[in-house]
Each structure stands twice: as structure tokens, then as C-alpha cells.
Design a protein around this ligand. Structure first.
Ligand code: DC
Length: 219
């Protein structure tokens, strides 16, 4: 098992951008677990299968083969990386990721990534459920307004029509579902390092985390 660094936190806290750059700096592998939940939600939704543990849902889930390869996420061989960042997937993903069978289907795949080298990974339950023995755990957060502002700017940059108030309302709704769900809710690990990124640039956060991990590695 490699050296494992986990980053948990709510949507828009900057985890994914930070985790990706932290992995590059440290020359570690990077695993974006949100992409896995998004891939499942996207394919289910596209096939008209509601987040509901009925027979059709379970059968489709059982037939899904999710794989990550570099920056690509593949479901049954199809690269879905470009499809999973849409506002539609943003709005449906929490409902699918709250279901126990969905979480169970992704657990082994996530843990296995630590067998292929040192790892930086981000999500909601990385330090609590997936890697409770991780070497360094971070919890990144920011005010809902700061997080909504980031997401809003990201959407405008991509040319997607967006209203700040709607983005903020959706962000609060995702927080509510992610933190309130029964299985593996978003929760700060007791042994994690808390970082509020509201007034920090991505570079500042990456610098700070790199220093802490290097200290942990003894380099
Ligand atoms: O980080 P993100 O916005 O790409 O995550 C998308 C959704 O997936 C988010 O609403 C919660 C869920 N998720 C999860 O439940 N557990 C994880 N480890 C990662 C993401």
C-alpha cells in the first residue's frame, strides 16, 4: 500500500483542483472519486433509471463496469469524462451517491488505487470510510457563497447559462443531501487537518498542503 493523502470537503471547496495539483507536485497518482459517482449517475439518468433501489436499478448497477484510466472515466468501455460535468449531472448526482449499493459498488475500486503507488484522492468519505488509515487527511471547506461564486464562474467560462442565486441554492441543496445521508455522509474526519479556502488562492492551498505532506513523508 502506498502513502495515502485524502482530501474531503463540500462541493466547491477547491478539493479537486487542489488535489490534482498536489498529486503533480508530489509525483503521486490522483484519484477523483466524485468522477466515479458522477459516471454512475450520468449513465443511470441517461437511461431513465431513477435513484431507487428497485430491480431495474440493481440490475443496471450490476452490469456497470466502471474504470479509471489517466483522466478518463469509462463505463462499460465508453469514455464518459466529458459528460459528467454537466449541470444536469450536478443536480442528480447526490441522489444516486446517497444509495448504499452505489457506494458499495465503488469501494473496492477506490481502495485498489492505493495498491498502485502513492495516492492523493478527494471526495466526501475518503478519510472516514474508504481510507481510514490514510497517512495524511485534509478537510477543505469554504463558505457557501465563496463556493457558489467559484462554480458560477466556472459555468460562465464554459459558456453555460447560469444564475448566481440558482447556483448557490443548488450548492446548499447538495450540501444538505451529502451531509445528511445515512451512508458515508460528508463529515470531517476527527484526525484531519482543517483548511478554510474561502480567502485563499488554489496556489496558496497547494503550497500549504505540499509542505504538510512533505513533512509527513520526512523529505
Ligand atoms: O466532488 P464532486 O462534486 O465531483 O462530487 C459529485 C457528487 O458525488 C457529490 O454530490 C457527492 C458524491 N460523492 C460522494 O458521495 N462521495 C465521494 N467520495 C465523492 C463524491
Amino acid at each position: 500500500m502506498g502513502f495515502v493523502v485524502t482530501l474531503d470537503g463540500p462541493a466547491g471547496s477547491g478539493k479537486s483542483s487542489v488535489a490534482k495539483r498536489l498529486a503533480e507536485r508530489l509525483d503521486f497518482n490522483y484519484l477523483d472519486t466524485g468522477a466515479l459517482y458522477r459516471a454512475i449517475a450520468c449513465c443511470m439518468d441517461r437511461n431513465g433509471i431513477a435513484p431507487d433501489e428497485n430491480a431495474r436499478f440493481m440490475e443496471y448497477l450490476g452490469s456497470m463496469r466502471v474504470r479509471i484510466d489517466g483522466n478518463g472515466v469509462f463505463v462499460n468501455g465508453e469514455d464518459v469524462a466529458a459528460l459528467i460535468r454537466s449541470p444536469r449531472v450536478d443536480s442528480v448526482v447526490s441522489a444516486y451517491s446517497a444509495l448504499k449499493p452505489v457506494r458499495g459498488a465503488l469501494l473496492g475500486l477506490q481502495r485498489d488505487q492505493a495498491n498502485h503507488g502513492n495516492l492523493v484522492t478527494d471526495g466526501r468519505d475518503m478519510g472516514t470510510v474508504v481510507f481510514p488509515e490514510a497517512n495524511v487527511k485534509f478537510f477543505l471547506t469554504a463558505t457557501p457563497e465563496a463556493r457558489a461564486e467559484r462554480r458560477y464562474k466556472e459555468l460562465l467560462k464554459k459558456g453555460e447559462p447560469a444564475l448566481y442565486d440558482e447556483v448557490l441554492a443548488q450548492m446548499r441543496e447538495r450540501d444538505r443531501i451529502d451531509a445528511g445521508r445515512e451512508f458515508a455522509p460528508l463529515k470531517e474526519p476527527i484526525d484531519s487537518i482543517h483548511v478554510d479556502t474561502s480567502d485563499m488562492t488554489v496556489d496558496e492551498v497547494v503550497d500549504r498542503l505540499t509542505d504538510i505532506v512533505k513533512e509527513g513523508l520526512g523529505v
